[in-house]
Design a protein around this ligand. Structure first.
Ligand SMILES: C[S@@+](CC[C@H](N)C(=O)[O-])C[C@H]1O[C@@H](n2cnc3c(N)ncnc32)[C@H](O)[C@@H]1O
Length: 255
């Protein structure tokens, strides 16, 4: 079995399109995971994945890379807050937002805190999606350890979280603003009529063709004047190709 057969096998069995990911990086990662779990070759590895649920979950976790933080890159979130206030909320007091590839929920809950603070009377709707259903269950639960909430200002922690033992639990108001849904950025349909799309630290794993398709689809999903907020290493050089204008280094506006 070669790597292409392996990718086909993964697609047929787990419905994940590995051909969308940057191949060198992906193959290196698969090799290192295989040696870690003691699989001698790809064929043997597929047997392990088919038979052992734990191996399957390990593989999915490894491929999907769930690292996240509340207000990841706080200075960029400050910039986003300013744009939300000055560009989006002046037109509409209730915003429709998509946090795409939201991992454990730190990102959509950060957005919910900002929206609730800036426009508490708005009926905001945040759609938070990820390909990984295990991580989405954690996100829905909204329970975080002390080390995970270190970026959150005390003012927000006191207002939006309840401390239980050593954990911090997100309050009902924030939870009620967010709809967590399983969604694959490569294979699934996109929502329309959005004011803001936040998609950070996931397209870096995709090859250029796939990345460009995703930006084009984000453009189609936004309302005119809507904003796309990307990760701190993901500035889009060819943004004009898709019809975006630059609002700041990591924020793009649908013209
Ligand atoms: C590094 S985390 C980024 C989390 C968050 N956006 C942030 O910046 O902190 C990447 C997330 O992308 C998700 N992911 C990977 N491939 C995906 C795909 N094809 N569609 C949707 N989500 C995907 C992973 O499950 C993971 O939770």
């Amino acid at each position: 079995m070669d790597i292409f057969d392996f990718e086909k096998w993964i697609f047929n069995n787990f419905n994940i399109d590995l051909s969308a990911y940057k191949s060198n990086q992906l193959h290196r990662r698969i090799n290192s995971l295989m040696s870690r779990v003691g699989a001698k070759n790809l064929q043997e590895y597929t047997y392990m994945l088919a038979e052992d649920k734990e191996q399957k979950q390990k593989f999915l976790d490894f491929i999907t890379i769930n690292v996240t933080e509340f207000f990841r890159n706080p200075e960029l979130f400050d910039e986003l807050r300013k744009k939300i206030k000055e560009e989006l909320l002046v037109k509409n007091n209730s915003l429709k937002v998509w946090s795409a590839a939201c991992s454990t929920g730190a990102e959509p809950y950060s957005l919910a805190m900002i929206l609730d603070e800036l426009a508490p009377l708005g009926r905001h709707k945040i759609i938070a999606t990820d390909i990984d259903s295990t991580i989405l269950s954690r996100a829905k639960l909204g329970e975080y350890q002390e080390s995970e909430v270190k970026n959150i200002k005390d003012e927000y922690l006191n207002k939006y979280f309840k401390k239980q033992n050593n954990n911090y639990i997100v309050d009902y108001k924030l939870k009620s603003m967010i709809n967590f849904i399983k969604h694959d950025l490569i294979l699934d349909d996109y929502n329309k009529g959005l004011d803001l799309i936040v998609c950070r630290n996931v397209v870096i794993y995709f090859n250029t063709d796939v990345k460009n398709k995703i930006y084009k689809r984000f453009y189609d999903s936004l309302k005119p004047g809507g904003l796309l907020f990307v990760g701190a290493t993901e500035s889009i050089y060819n943004y004009k190709e898709f019809g975006f204008e630059k609002s700041s280094t990591f924020i793009y506006r649908k013209a």
